[in-house]
Design a protein around this ligand. Structure first.
Ligand code: 13P
Ligand code: SF4
Length: 310
């Protein structure tokens, strides 16, 4: 890329020229969030992808999110700045192994967390996100047997909230499993008025400490409506940009990881850069391409989720 180019201006120009919409997740770099048309959590982003009238969806997020957008809007071109922007949680559940796992429970309904491949969604009955997982489980009859995957931490959290006995797949996110309870407790002692907020992908012993548990949008909303002046935030650090923007007078501290080599940045989300975003809009590559039968089979479980959370 020509270093003299004003990338932000160029991206905005290409957006107009190609009738594109830029959807960004809260874990993206601040400069990407700041030029997006919509920033949100996984549910909000999929709702936007389903209703946009743009010709091109540029997804500043990770692969499974762009796939979900493609499944919901198959006639549109969906671009992802870096195809290698994957997800450790999605990787922890290979579809062929999940299909075998599912065979052991033939009378169970399958709910999959949206952080999974399109192929896995195609093997499910309903998809959910962190903001509607409890609602979706509760929308089913009390005696309905359920398999929940791939995130065991979110699964445990939903089990606790609903009192249902879910069969869990043993997957997890590398970013949400780094937090140290001991260090969080120390930090709380240092900032006695601070609230501790956490994403449900965190481990059970971390969630046990939390004043609020919710999706990224839920956490952001909580920090806006709540009265505390300091928050310790246990999720990917990108969300702090919006928290700080919405409440400039408040202090946000990323929850400390358990060792010095770990950090709260998602290495997959952070693969996207302004330069890659520009290139992908200019050349309309890389594009998300999915087999038609996968799109067809994955559509129903996602649409079922959107109906329940409408
Ligand atoms: P939400 O933004 O839907 O809470 O999901 C967080 C996440 O881990 C995305 O990878
Ligand atoms: Fe996946 Fe975790 Fe990154 Fe979210 S934060 S995209 S769950 S690896």
């Amino acid at each position: 890329v020509d270093p003299s180019l004003d990338l932000v201006q160029e991206i905005l120009r290409l957006k107009k020229e190609k009738n594109a919409v830029i959807l960004a997740h809260y874990y993206q770099d601040a400069e990407i969030q700041d030029l997006a048309d919509y920033i949100g959590d996984s549910l909000g982003l999929s709702q936007q992808a389903a209703k946009t009238d743009a010709d091109v969806i540029v997804f500043a997020g990770v692969h499974f999110m762009a796939e979900t957008a493609k499944i919901l809007s198959p006639e549109k071109k969906v671009l992802l700045p870096d195809l290698k922007a994957g997800c450790s949680l999605s990787d922890s559940c290979p579809p062929h192994l999940f299909a075998k796992f599912k065979e052991q429970y033939p009378d169970h309904l399958v709910i999959t967390y949206v952080n999974c491949t399109a192929e896995l969604k195609a093997l499910s009955d309903i998809v959910c996100t962190s903001s509607n997982a409890v609602q979706i489980v509760e929308s089913l009859p009390a005696d309905q047997k359920i398999i929940f995957g791939p995130d065991r931490n979110l699964g445990d959290y939903v089990k606790k909230k609903t009192g249902r006995d879910l069969v869990l797949w043993n997957g997890a996110c590398m970013v949400h499993e780094i937090f140290s309870r001991e260090k969080i407790e120390k930090l709380r002692a240092e900032y006695p008025g601070a609230k501790f907020i956490a994403h449900p992908e965190c481990e059970e012993h971390i969630l046990a400490e939390a004043d609020y548990i919710g999706s990224t949008s839920g956490m952001l909303k909580f920090t806006i409506e709540d009265q505390a002046s300091t928050y310790i935030v246990a999720t990917e650090s990108g969300i702090i940009h919006q928290m700080q923007k919405a409440s400039p007078h408040k202090t946000f501290i990323p929850a400390p990881p358990n060792n010095a080599c770990a950090c709260n940045d998602c290495p997959h989300m952070k693969l996207n850069t302004l330069e890659k975003l520009y290139n992908c809009m200019k050349y309309e590559l890389p594009e998300i391409i999915l087999p038609e039968d996968v799109i067809h089979r994955a559509q129903k479980p996602i649409e079922r989720m959107l109906e329940i959370s409408a």
